[in-house]
Design a protein around this ligand. Structure first.
Ligand code: PLP
Length: 378
């Protein structure tokens, strides 16, 4: 089977050395002291990536598990929680908050722009009696990155715990967990880290641990209870058997990312060139501001449907692009230029195929997309 180039905003392309790591011989992760050390070093590598001294945990499930675990562990029935909502994931966070009894205040704003700091500052001045706030670093469906470097410190100035979904940003956008005062930062293995799907990365601040300790009610559930991880290394005790092969792969991916000094600059440069190429040729982006460096969301031009575009990209050019769900379904398509997808050659091939498919449907483009792209990236 010929593998398509997967240019979706996660899962992303997994490179060969990471796939090879999956096939390392396994040990019994519960009984092998060397594995506890390997695991701890893996968490330390992630601390470097997240610029944090906070504990970093790996949960055995895809990104969403982290969102739920943060809510389950920090929120008690009746707690007032602010959910910052400028997109589908921001909105969806409120469902997890409610599931664990939180009283949600939804701060719902413009879905085509990043969070406006002046507006949020005014809102918080009036209303700031919240135990915690949920927010999203990169709204993957709309392709918008929020100024979490400013939002998190602002929330903390009111003593509000910050729970940040950075699943589609971690590794592709700057993330200064400690400097920005992020209590819980959440990431997934399959987005910018370009490992296989199946692991969640969670950093937990002292304030977040303290909040768990001071709860009046016990944390409901087991898998979503972050406190079961306390002192796992000292006690040489995992709460459940670890998916050792997934962890080998993630470690390899994170080591590679850390060794690449240019990763963040490359994301910014490629994202910028993609946007300029598309808008300069007559296409429209979905966001009006706050453009993400990891994913670009483009309005489907008149004259083609998402299904036609997707199928033709895949069947005639072996390139898989993303669509969207919820209110954006059928309205936009997405190119994930994150992690291992974020290389000139792959994006060039994507632009070339997109150019061919759109022209095949008589959609006017003022210039050949791939030619403009290489010129911009040179
Ligand atoms: C991918 C992603 C998640 C994880 O959820 P899935 O849709 O199940 O992959 C969570 N938050 C954001 C912002 C994401 O992009």
């Amino acid at each position: 089977m010929k593998q398509p180039l997967i240019m979706t905003p996660g899962p992303t392309y997994v490179n060969e050395s990471v796939r090879r790591a999956l096939s390392h011989p396994i040990t019994n992760p519960d009984l092998d002291p060397a594995f506890y050390d390997f695991y701890r070093e893996t968490c330390q590598q992630l601390q470097r990536l997240l610029h944090t001294k906070n504990d970093v945990l790996l949960l055995d499930g895809e990104g969403i598990l982290g969102l739920e675990a943060a809510c389950a562990s920090l929120i008690e029935p009746g707690d007032k929680i602010l959910c910052i909502d400028n997109g589908i994931f921001g909105h969806g966070f409120a469902d997890f908050v409610k599931m664990y009894g939180g009283e949600v205040t939804l701060y719902k704003v413009d879905y085509r722009n990043a969070i406006d700091m002046a507006q949020l500052t005014d809102f918080l001045r009036e209303q700031h009696d919240f135990k915690a706030a949920t927010l999203v670093h990169c709204e993957t469906p709309s392709g918008i990155t929020n100024p979490v470097d400013q939002i998190c410190p602002l929330l903390k100035s009111y003593n509000i715990l910050t729970i940040l979904d950075s699943v589609s940003a971690m590794g592709g956008e700057p993330l200064l967990t400690d400097e920005w005062k992020v209590d819980i930062a959440l990431g997934g293995s399959q987005k910018c880290l370009s490992s296989t799907p199946g692991l969640t990365i969670v950093s937990v601040s002292d304030a977040a641990w303290q909040t768990m300790k001071n709860r009046k009610t016990p944390i409901a559930g087991f898998y979503c209870n972050l406190s079961i991880w306390e002192n796992w290394y000292e006690n040489q005790w995992f709460p459940y058997t670890q998916p050792i092969s997934d962890i080998y792969a993630l470690r390899e991916a994170v080591d590679q990312l850390l060794a690449d000094q240019n990763a963040l600059a490359r994301h910014a440069q490629i994202a910028n060139a993609v946007r300029e190429t598309l808008t300069g040729s007559g296409l429209s982006l979905y966001p009006e501001g706050g453009f993400s460096n990891t994913v670009t969301t483009i309005c489907i031009p008149e004259g083609i449907s998402f299904t036609e575009l997707h199928d033709e990209m895949l069947n005639s050019h072996q390139i898989m692009i993303g669509g969207a769900f919820d209110y954006l379904k059928g309205q936009v398509f997405r190119i994930g230029h994150m992690g291992e997808n974020c290389y000139t050659e792959k994006v060039y091939l994507t632009m070339k195929a997109l150019d061919a498919v759109l022209r095949n449907h008589q959609i006017p483009l003022s210039q050949p997309l791939h030619e403009v792209f290489v010129r911009l990236i040179a």
